[in-house]
Ligand binder design. Structure first.
Ligand code: GLU
Length: 472
């Protein structure tokens, strides 16, 4: 394996539950590093104490672990890196790239509202850049709170390379001198994010298109620090099927939704990696296969990417069906434990029989619950249940037929063959016979084949259920 110096990072802010967009960001950075034999690192952007809803990033770490997205360098926490930010801020100050801003929040909001009314782009009007040294000294002497702002200069433009948008030039006249610090002295996302990308020598940044406007200011920061610009891929935002930005109201927005519903981590990564991309001969791919297959160079996709839960269900179905039986058994057991506590007492062999028989019909692990309900909860069948699926005139005839062969139920094929033969001689349609058997065993008219059902239940239990029918 050749070692290159490609370095990517996932840099989440611990502001809440991981959503599908952040899964995609993590995944793309991970896959790119893997493909290029580079380094993928995790950096927790927790400088905003008020919005730190996941202290220690426990949930993020757990989610990444669940998704099998392992990082090569231990997680960095921005909250532990304040001295570096202060040092870098001083460099900007010393080189006139940063200036103090004493404007209050109310003043800024008023100016902003005015600009909007005048149909001007809302930008900081640089009041504080124009202050004299004496004014500044006075404000400081009065203990007036201030922040540091980036001085974007005048008439500067900056070009970045973006895999989705090509070479993109930003005219910095259209951007605000953004804030580098807050009034409490802590640093902003814009600043810390960039300082760290430089310090961690990040070469490629895959992130949502919503960050594209931040990139202009951040590129100016790279320039101010004389650091080489990374290559970007601002990925199109995920939309729901109606073309609206994916939101909390859409099922599957949060990773938690998908976990609860029984989607497998492999399927989620697989789907999210191929969504909106070119078509693949074989769409079902593991992380390794995705890393080997995805083409990252010359991607010119932009616009919308539609999240289609039906496609995700299909991918999940494929994964369920190709999962190693032992792995699938453990996942199903864990998922259904609450619903059917008896599942924990079943032998591995028994559970495998149950799972392997129905797995071709399920799209999520949750659906095993429905498919296997008949096993864990004995259905109560009445004549009127049978009458829903069979002509009433046939019911007694079919029940007598079962009765006369019930003793041989443990002969497997023999039992079914005898029933079939006798049904034929008595002119009872086979379809009716099998429907009755299935309803008797499971409570439902459709499901696995009768022989499979008898194997799943075991002959004793199957017999018990058929006997119960006689006493309707
Ligand atoms: N903390 C930022 C976010 O979660 C990181 C953006 C980036 O990848 O640069 O959106």
């Amino acid at each position: 394996m050749s070692i290159t110096n490609i370095r990517t990072r996932f840099a989440p802010s611990p502001t809440g539950l991981m959503h599908l967009g952040s899964v995609r960001t993590a995944l793309m950075n991970y896959l790119f590093a893997k493909q290029k034999h580079g380094t993928f690192l995790l950096r927790i952007e927790d400088t905003d104490a008020e919005r730190n809803f996941d202290p220690g990033a426990k949930q993020i770490l757990q989610d990444l672990h669940w998704l099998n997205l392992s990082f090569d360098e231990k997680p960095y926490f921005q909250s532990q890196r304040a001295p570096l930010y202060q040092k870098q801020l001083q460099i900007l100050i010393d080189n006139n790239y940063a200036y103090r801003c004493f404007c209050t929040q109310e003043e800024l909001e008023k100016k902003r509202a005015r600009q909007i009314t005048l149909k001007q782009p809302p930008r900081y009007d640089r009041t504080c850049l124009k202050r004299t040294d004496a004014e500044i000294a006075q404000l400081i002497a009065n203990n007036t709170p201030y922040i540091w702002r980036m001085n974007l200069g005048t008439n500067q433009s900056i070009m970045i390379t973006d895999l989705a948008h090509g070479q993109t030039t930003f005219d910095l006249n259209h951007f605000s001198d953004f804030s580098l610090t807050r009034q409490d002295g802590t640093v902003t996302f814009m600043f810390a994010n960039c300082v760290d990308d430089i310090d961690m020598q990040i070469t490629h940044i895959f992130r949502g298109e919503d960050h594209l406007t931040n990139t202009a200011g951040q590129a100016a920061l790279f320039k101010a620090f004389n650091a080489p610009l990374p290559i970007y891929w601002h990925m199109p935002i995920l939309c729901n099927i109606d073309g609206k930005k994916l939101s909390k109201r859409d099922f599957g927005f949060s990773l938690n939704d998908l976990q609860q519903a029984g989607f497998l981590p492999e399927a989620i990564c697989n789907y999210v990696a191929i969504i909106g991309g070119r078509s693949f001969t074989n769409e079902i791919m593991s992380l390794d296969e995705l890393a080997n297959t995805l083409v990252f160079d010359h991607i010119h996709t932009s616009g919308q990417v539609k999240y289609d839960v039906e496609k995700l269900r299909w991918v999940n179905h494929k994964w369920i069906n190709q999962y190693d039986p032992e792995k699938l058994r453990n996942v199903v057991k864990q998922h259904l434990e609450k619903q059917y506590p008896a599942i924990t007492t079943l032998s591995a062999e028994k559970l495998d029989t149950l799972i392997q028989t129905v797995k071709t019909d399920v799209h999520t692990i949750d659906e095993f619950g429905n498919e296997l309900a008949f096993y864990f909860t004995t259905p109560t069948i009445t004549k009127s249940d049978l009458a829903l699926h069979l002509p009433e005139t046939s019911i007694d005839q079919i029940l007598t037929l079962f009765q006369s062969h019930l003793e041989q139920i443990d002969t497997g094929d023999q039992f079914l063959n005898n029933i079939k033969l006798e049904a034929k001689t008595k002119n009872i349609p086979l379809k009716q016979v099998f429907t009755a058997l299935r309803v008797a065993l499971t409570g439902k008219p459709i499901g696995p084949g009768i022989d499979a059902l008898i194997t799943m239940l075991g002959t004793d239990e199957a017999k018990k259920r058929l006997e119960k029918l006689q006493n309707l």
